[in-house]
Write a protein that binds this ligand. Sequence first.
Ligand code: ZN
Ligand code: ZN
Ligand code: ZN
Length: 173
Amino acid sequence: MTSSPRSKNAPLPGPVGFEAHDHAGCIQTALAAAEAHCAEHGLRFTPVRRKALEILLQEHRALGAYDMLDRLRDAGFGSQPPVAYRALEFLVDNGFAHKIERLNAFVACAHPGASHSPAFMICRDCDSVAETHSAPARGAIGDAARASGFQIERTVVEALGLCPACAGKDAHS
Ligand SMILES: [Zn+2]
Ligand SMILES: [Zn+2]
Ligand SMILES: [Zn+2]
């Protein structure tokens, strides 16, 4: 009998972002996963792409393209908007980051490399974002889709509310 800590089919871990966790490890793991994915698929993980992912990973918070541009410029990567847009596009296309439509901003993926339908919990106070996963074929929308013969390929779930920290702040003020 072999013990595999987490096989490919194991359920994804729970939401990342709101709970206390080893954040340095979180950044290292995501960068290493991105590096491995690029090596495996012959993609170029250029310095600007790597830096953009690192910037997104700094905080579990969504970042707009212009904020990204500012930070890339501060890091010495030029100040032309396409620099930021192209890097973000690469990260999204390859599953290292997701676009949060509601905020028109980007967040690093909490489960890079795993194919998943992300669901986001967005704090309306501090813009922090926790990613969990949805099961698009299940639940009410899955039932409705089956009933109408619709095949769901992708769902976007963006829940708006208060994160534990901000909810606590409200309760104490
Ligand atoms: Zn983290
Ligand atoms: Zn994700
Ligand atoms: Zn908050």
